[in-house]
Design a protein around this ligand. Sequence first.
Ligand SMILES: *Cc1c(COP(=O)(O)O)cnc(C)c1O
Length: 454
Amino acid sequence: MTSPTKYLLDEARMPRAWYNIQADLPVPLPAVLHPGTLQPIGPADLAPLFPMDLILQEVSTEREIEIPQPVREIYRLWRPSPLVRAHRLEKVLQTPAKIFYKYEGVSPAGSHKPNTAVPQAFFSAQAGVKRLTTETGAGQWGSALAFAGSLFDLEVLVFQVRVSYDQKPYRRAVMETYGARCVASPSQETSYGRSVLAARPDHPGSLGIAISEAVEVAAQRDDTKYALGSVLNHVLMHQTVVGLETIEQMQMADAWPDVVVGCTGGGSNFAGIAFPYIGHALRGGQRARIVAVEPAACPSLTRGRYGYDFGDTGHMTPLVKMHTLGSSFTPPPFHAGGLRYHGMAPLVSHLRELGIIEASAYTQTQCFEAGVLFARAEGIVPAPEANHAVKGVIEEALRCRREGRAETILFNLCGHGHFDMAAYQRYFAGDLRDESYSEEELAMALAGLPSVPA
Ligand SMILES: *Cc1c(COP(=O)(O)O)cnc(C)c1O
């Protein structure tokens, strides 16, 4: 078999600016609304939660936003990340397609998340912030922010979803190694957490609840801000460093993708690889098909409603227009594949509505099967989330085989699965079930959507 080919950039060719897709949108994003007045909010409304630099990035329509030098220096600990031609996977699939993956598992936290954790910590420290609060599900975002906080002497307080807190002690140990404090959510530390526990003392927690707790704490103190690992415009923009590097690396391979694939939880790693390509096409350049892949058990893009909803369960955030399963949605307990957020990044939802991207959903056993095949061909054990992208890529490669087409397929291998081996064990033991979310459950969660006149 052929050995893998790696395309490695030198630091000098690392991106100097992030790409802001808002500059190229054919239709601007719908406004973010105040939940009380239903009027568009302004930067001042977000100031209790985020430092002003990040708020201005959130609403900016400048195409390029410079990456500050201190952030570039930290990126250099693991960036540029490798682009790899997956020769062995191609052979196993007997496909005429060329498959490339950008590997973000080389970061200190093992995923793409430090790409935004570092600038968020940097801009917060610049603004005189002393403490950051956040939520984490599987623990990847919590460890990325804990790492970033340690670089800028920020205290980090992480509300970790109760089930993950109990099931993933090593992620917590990583956060504590970087100096963060980790609390199981729902917790006794916030009034929202106490109210949830009063109604149900053994509540397993959800991302939506943990966000409410983190927001509540941040809103109470001037020296404390809130950091989010996905969904928001500026978070997606920070991730574009991934796609911008990839464009340069694909040039070294003399290639341009026909299809770009990413998994979607809140949408940030997908945006990171896809937005620079979408922008290229929106400005009249070569096009690629862009495919988002999500779990059948948390199907916001494929089965959710496109409408205004809260970002959290406690209804403390503004209303954003996105594909949502309803802010009370908790993924079913059988689901082990991550990507559990009830909503989707407004930018990704908007592109879906405009018909610029495609979306598909697969069950968890399909995705683990794909991940195991990838590990045995290419050597890297993907994060369960990344398995969704791998599954999407395998489907595209098999289509190319049926159609006899030598297309070029690119995907974001957004993280490794070294902290998620318990989920792999459950897969091997045959314990992962494939129920999907029923229509009744879906309808129930959606019934609670706030009503916003069109
Ligand atoms: C957090 C995470 C995701 C999901 O978040 P997105 O914002 O959709 O990227 C996917 N993969 C990995 C490895 C993650 O850590």
